[in-house]
Write a protein that binds this ligand. Structure first.
Ligand code: KG4
Ligand code: ZN
Length: 344
């Protein structure tokens, strides 16, 4: 007799991507449909919450149908329904939470609540099995955190940003350079065409803690560009991007490797939208090699770094195994933090 497959239908709608995925046994992506709204938000220079909610409402049933069709499964085949319930925009989160609850109720399926940031970390499970203790560098539009995981399902924030998140800093300096939102990918591309000629500050690099700060760098960058504008000087865009990126990458790499080494972790996972950054990926790999460090570096493929339903399904597999389930009164928690499992 063959064992029944575990099939999780997973929803992600915390920000500006509506995504629905079907995940088999926690590690095989049968479908991962992502409807991005970036074009609708670009002209406002950032995500407009009300616009985001409306798009999610329009997209969620279409994405669900497509995810089931692509995976070749029906509701009757499913084992559980999973959903991001925070952190994120409350109106956006509520669309995913409501859809997941409706399906769980109608089809008598367990409902698995997932923390979006845990989802980003567990995207690494699609690369290889995770081994603990593990350190994750979580870098996205809203977060820049070092998360220590002594075991599956346990999260300890050991470093955090004191002000802007890394992705937020990219998006803010992007505005000054005239790069549309979200600017990270384009600045990363430009950075590879230039040199670090401006020598921007490396904040908190030498301090004996694992926290980050990017607002000083952002101000230094903006002041440099405004000053040049005032005196009618044109600065090289690629050099500006390269100098900004060199500062971000040096601080992230130095502090992350310092933490990974002192905690003697088995694996280092890089997660979140900024994990797609080529400079960061190259910097971490080079830093590990030159220092002869002996832990695994796991960087999910680019399509799994941004927000997606597959990562929520991967996290839900662990939560389901640990019997972390929600009732149908599950609500969105916009400022949800780690640890999350005992808070339900
Ligand atoms: O994780 P994510 O998709 O959404 C949040 O949960 O925030 O991250 C989006 C962030 C944006 O700030 C975007 O500019 C940044 O990730 N990003 C990048 C790159 N690709 C996306 N930042 C730097 N380099 C990239 N290649
Ligand atoms: Zn995210």
């Amino acid at each position: 007799m063959t064992e029944k497959k575990e099939l999780i239908l997973a929803f992600e709608s915390s920000c500006d991507e509506t995504s629905v995925a079907v995940i088999e046994n926690g590690q095989r992506i049968l479908s991962n449909v992502i409807a991005t709204q970036i074009k609708s938000h670009q002209r406002f220079g950032g995500v407009v919450p009300e616009v985001a909610s409306r798009h999610h409402v329009e997209q969620i049933t279409l994405c669900t149908q497509e995810a089931l069709e692509q995976a070749g499964v029906t509701y009757a085949d499913l084992t559980a329904v999973a959903v991001t319930y925070g952190p994120g925009l409350v109106g956006a989160l509520l669309i995913g939470v409501t859809a997941a609850k409706a399906i769980a109720y109608a089809h008598h399926l367990p409902l698995v609540p997932v923390n979006h940031m845990a989802g980003h970390i567990y995207a690494a499970r699609f690369v290889k099995p995770l081994e603990y203790p593990l350190l994750a560098l979580l870098v996205s539009g809203g977060h820049t955190e070092l998360v220590y995981m002594p075991a599956a399902g346990q999260f300890e924030i050991i470093g955090d940003t004191r002000d802007d998140a890394a992705g937020e800093a990219y998006d803010k300096i992007g505005r000054v350079l005239g790069v549309p939102y979200p600017a990270g990918k384009e600045i990363d591309r430009l950075a590879h065409l230039g040199q670090d000629t401006f020598n921007f500050p490396r904040a908190m690099l030498k301090e004996d803690n694992l926290d980050f700060s990017f607002s000083g760098l952002k101000s230094a960058f903006i002041n440099t560009v405004h000053h040049a504008d005032q005196i009618g000087e044109t600065l090289d865009q690629a050099d500006l991007a390269a100098s900004f990126q060199a500062s971000v990458v040096e601080v992230l790499v130095t502090k992350t490797l310092r933490a990974a080494q002192s905690l003697k972790v088995k694996q280092l996972v890089v997660a979140g939208g900024v994990a797609a950054n080529q400079g960061l990926r190259e910097g971490l790999a080079a830093g590990i090699e030159s220092a002869g460090l002996d832990f695994d570096l796991i960087m999910p493929p680019l399509r799994l770094c941004g927000d997606n339903g597959a990562m929520i399904g991967a996290a839900a597999h662990i939560a389901l195994a640990q019997n972390t389930l929600a009732d149908l009164d599950l609500n969105a928690v916009p400022s949800l933090d780690f640890p999350y499992q005992n808070e339900l």
